[in-house]
Design a binder for this molecule. Structure first.
Ligand SMILES: [Zn+2]
Length: 233
C-alpha cells in the first residue's frame, strides 16, 4: 500500500518516502505526493532525490499486480529497496492538471449530459458528452469564464455508502453517479456549481483556473460531442 498524500492536499509538492519494492518499470514508495494516471487525468512526473542522487519520475501509475501500490516509473537504474528519499512533483505540470481538471467539472455543470470520456494532460483537456444536441461555443465559453470569475470555493470530502444510501437527493444532485462497493467515496464539490465523485487533483477556488479557452467543439460520433480546452496565451 502507498499512502496517497495527494488525495488530501493537491498543493503538497514534496514529501519524504521510502522505496518498498521494484515493480513494473519503477519503484513503489510507502507514501507519495504523485498522482497516478486515472479518471482521465495523466500521472504526475517529477523527481526522487537522495543527497546528490536524482532520479527522474517519467510517469506515475497504479500497480497492476499489487492493489493499493503506486509505481513511479523511473528513467534508468532505480533506487534500491529501503532507500529513503525525497519525492518532488513537477509543479508546473501539476498546476496545469489542477486547472484543467477543475475546468472540466465546470463544463459538467454547464452541460447536463452524461460524460463518456475524459482526458486531462499538461497541454489540453477534453471531455466527451453523450448527446446529439449541438453546443454553442461562444455561450459555453461565456459560461465557463463566468464560473471562473465568480470564485467558487472547491473542496473534497469523503462520504460513506451508508450516507449515500440515506441521501437519495444527494446522489441525484451529483452530475456523475458514485461508484459502489468501495466503502467510501471521495466527492468533489464546487460550491453552488457541481458535486460529483472524483479522485483527481483540483484547484482550491475556481478563480485559480484562470484563462482557459474552449479551443474546439467536435461532433465525435452521432451521439457524442467533444469539448476541448486549452490555456490562453
Ligand atoms: Zn475531478
Amino acid at each position: 500500500m502507498t499512502e496517497e498524500l495527494f488525495r488530501e492536499d493537491a498543493t503538497l509538492l514534496a514529501c519524504d518516502a521510502e522505496v518498498t519494492a521494484h515493480s513494473e518499470g519503477g519503484v513503489v514508495l510507502d507514501r507519495t505526493v504523485c498522482y497516478p494516471l486515472g479518471g482521465g487525468q495523466a500521472g504526475d512526473t517529477g523527481w526522487l532525490v537522495a543527497g546528490a542522487r536524482r532520479w527522474q519520475i517519467m510517469d506515475t501509475r497504479k500497480s497492476k499486480t499489487q492493489p493499493g501500490a503506486i509505481v513511479h516509473v523511473i528513467d534508468g537504474d532505480p533506487p534500491e529497496v529501503g532507500q529513503a528519499l525525497r519525492v518532488e512533483v513537477d509543479a508546473a505540470r501539476r498546476q496545469a492538471h489542477r486547472r484543467f481538471h477543475t475546468a472540466t467539472h465546470l463544463l459538467c455543470a454547464l452541460l447536463p449530459y452524461p460524460v463518456d470520456g475524459c482526458s486531462i494532460t499538461e497541454a489540453s483537456a477534453r471531455l466527451d458528452f453523450h448527446t446529439d444536441e449541438p453546443f454553442d461555443k461562444e455561450s459555453l465559453q461565456a459560461g465557463l469564464s463566468r464560473l471562473v470569475a465568480e470564485a467558487h470555493p472547491v473542496r473534497h470530502r469523503w462520504i460513506s455508502e451508508e450516507e449515500l444510501d440515506a441521501n437519495p437527493g444527494l446522489v441525484r444532485s451529483m452530475s456523475v453517479q458514485p461508484p459502489r462497493g468501495l466503502g467510501r467515496v471521495r466527492v468533489l464539490e464546487i460550491e453552488g456549481v457541481d458535486l460529483q465523485p472524483c479522485g483527481g487533483t483540483h484547484v482550491s477556488n475556481t478563480r485559480e483556473i484562470g484563462a482557459v479557452l474552449i479551443t474546439k467543439i467536435e461532433k465525435k460520433s452521432a451521439r457524442t460531442r467533444r469539448v476541448v480546452l486549452g490555456f490562453a496565451g
